[in-house]
Design a protein around this ligand. Structure first.
Ligand code: IPD
Ligand code: CA
Ligand code: CA
Length: 266
């Protein structure tokens, strides 16, 4: 196994162990951008362990994390880290959250790991190496009918401002009678798409740490991940994304685009 992937797995498992120990205990919680955008002391603990693990193997690599930002360096590899994706779940005692870690060189995602400590599920992928769950290879589903699909989505903390009409898109798609889940961890949502639990996922305004590892997992599982303009996803910038097998991604994008045509221009 490549040393980058080995380090990502090692870091995710160490951090996940700490999150699992902390789950349900009496920890501090505070708000960030607004009241429901939470951070707990375990987001910070997890992040510190991941950074320390990466630094001890690769002292020259750059690191970008959700909680402490960009740790600049000379290296051309950058690690993208969400130390706890699903913080609102964690803070409310719901055992659906994960650690998400990816390593990127220029625009190539070299490896991605998503670890769900409560279920001990480790999702991993290397560029051109396939997607795995606890060592077993997986593919996205072959569902080709949107009406028969099972989807997952999420909403940004700014949902009140209805960015890109995400509330109407949700209403439109759920109104088609399609079963949709909102589970509260974009990284795990993408991992679940990669292993075929869901046929597709969409969400607006994700950040690099929410989607980098998950995007590689979906691609390595034979799926595609695009932004709302239909371009290949650039995980280094905040993006609105659609992921899944190519049929479902195209059909979902058509629904979003055709719905947009019904919105009166101001
Ligand atoms: C959030 C989760 C959630 C998604 C939000 C993210 P966090 O990340 O992934 O599912 O809907 O857009 O910000 O705050 O739990 O790391
Ligand atoms: Ca996140
Ligand atoms: Ca987070």
């Amino acid at each position: 196994m490549n040393a980058l992937l080995q380090t990502a797995i090692d870091a995710a498992q160490k951090a996940g162990k700490v999150l699992k120990e902390g789950f349900g205990t009496d920890y501090t919680i505070s708000s960030k951008s607004q009241i429901h955008d939470l951070v707990t002391e375990y987001d910070h603990k997890s992040e510190a362990i991941i950074i320390e693990t990466i630094r001890s193997s690769f002292p020259n690599h750059q690191i970008l994390t959700e909680e402490s930002g960009h740790h600049a360096s000379d290296g051309d590899i950058i690690w993208i880290i969400d130390p706890l994706d699903g913080t609102v779940n964690f803070a409310h005692g719901i055992p659906f959250f994960c650690v998400s870690i990816a390593a990127i060189q220029r625009s190539d995602i070299l490896c991605g790991v998503i670890y769900s400590p409560m279920t001990e599920e480790l999702f991993s992928a290397e560029k051109n190496g396939g997607a795995f769950l606890n060592g077993q290879s997986y593919k996205v589903t072959q569902q080709n009918s949107l009406l028969h699909s099972f989807l997952v989505t999420g909403f940004p903390y700014s949902v009140k401002e209805n960015p890109l009409h995400c509330i109407e898109h949700f209403a439109h798609i759920v109104g088609m009678g399609i079963p949709i889940r909102r589970l509260g961890s974009a990284a795990l949502d993408l991992a679940y798409v990669a292993v075929g639990r869901f046929d597709g996922f969409w969400e607006v305004a994700l950040q690099p740490w929410d989607m980098a590892a998950g995007a590689l997992l979906v691609k390595e599982a034979g799926g595609i991940v695009i932004d709302y303009s239909g371009n290949d996803l650039n995980v280094m910038q905040s993006s609105s994304i659609i992921a899944g097998n190519s049929n479902i991604v195209k059909a979902l994008r058509n629904e979003i685009d055709s719905f947009n045509l019904t919105i009166p221009k101001r």
